[in-house]
Write a protein that binds this ligand. Sequence first.
Ligand SMILES: Cc1cc2nc3c(=O)[nH]c(=O)nc-3n(C[C@H](O)[C@H](O)[C@H](O)COP(=O)(O)OP(=O)(O)OC[C@H]3O[C@@H](n4cnc5c(N)ncnc54)[C@H](O)[C@@H]3O)c2cc1C
Length: 376
Amino acid sequence: MNAEEYLETARRFRREIVEPNAAQWEAEKRQPVAALKQAADAGLMRLETPVEAGGFGLSFLTKLALCEDMSRADMPFIFALINTQNVAARLSATPNPAHQADYVPRILSGDLFAATALSEPGAGSDFAGITTRATKVDGGWELTGEKGWITNAEIANLFVTYAQCDPDAGWRGVGSFLVDATRSGFTRVEPYALSGGHGIGAGGFKLDSYFVADEDVLGGPGDGFKSAMSGVNGARVYVAAMCAGLVADALNKAVSYGATRTAFGEPLLNHQGLKWSLADVATELEAMRTLTHAAGVLIEEGGDAVTRAAQAKKFATERAVSLIEACIQAMGANGLREEHGLGRHLISAKILGYTDGSIEMMNERIGAALQKEYAS
Ligand SMILES: Cc1cc2nc3c(=O)[nH]c(=O)nc-3n(C[C@H](O)[C@H](O)[C@H](O)COP(=O)(O)OP(=O)(O)OC[C@H]3O[C@@H](n4cnc5c(N)ncnc54)[C@H](O)[C@@H]3O)c2cc1C
């Protein structure tokens, strides 16, 4: 499938499967496993995995287009899908042929869900402060500790897991390991009840002397931290694209509603105050898309995307909450009705303000670059 065919398939899947069912999935308070499997059957899990490993090898900009489009209907659904496909793309590049022969095909077919586990119950923003401990043993490493706030923890059986190999070394001691939930030493924690975000399946797991063979070490001490930090820039940009999808859908609904609903003898949209508030939403939506695209191009070209990715995520997640709220306001009480999905979008925007680094952490990244980028 080329990018155009892939995105057309995704749009059809959104219209036929995701849009009609998203509210029901959230009401059931669980991840829509069958629909995720259906998405994999339609080829959507093959996005970035290279062709030689069974994927479509499509670009990062295609990923952004997918994230914006699918979020119009259901951010948690695409968040779960993307987090799984990210692991397939990552494992297709490891030197261990068993990863490509076993795990990657099962992820692409939707028979295995996956996740990336950095956060812990006691450490989120302060990633270098994780306490899950990796201890070198004969033939591999033993992992002990607990992970928390992990996307897909409800359904995933494969986790790219970060652990501290040398507590005295800080971030330089962090490594990354492949954890298979079907092996001994792994215990899943009950997923969190997360208002409006059950489709993400956020939860955690405990590791008790869990053995990782040397061949399943993805990054040794130091490499783990660096690989997490380089991957997170891309995640921040696709999160910004998801925000654009949420706002675009909210605006679409508010404009359609305002064109037909009358008040004081005229369509709502004829009232200047209301029209101007939606003009503001439209303008900020385009600013969000422009910033996201610029950061996406940097990722695509392998440039230094740290600042632009942080700016895109900060702007998108901060503004999406207010912009969706403005659209709900423009629809009056009807904006609150579940059938429009704007309440779900609002909480989705709030959730995205934490994932892959909070707004405050984006300020830290942008602040660190002020002198270099803005002082001359
Ligand atoms: C739905 C969902 C899915 C997630 N999925 C994953 C996943 O798949 N994998 C994963 O590893 N993690 C995941 N996370 C965790 C996410 O990365 C963390 O929530 C995020 O890093 C923030 O950490 P925290 O929530 O522990 O907040 P904390 O780090 O405890 O911070 C609390 C508040 O203090 C602020 N703060 C902290 N330090 C500073 C400072 N120095 N200056 C100013 N303010 C500060 C933070 O910005 C935040 O507002 C997910 C989170 C959510 C909500």
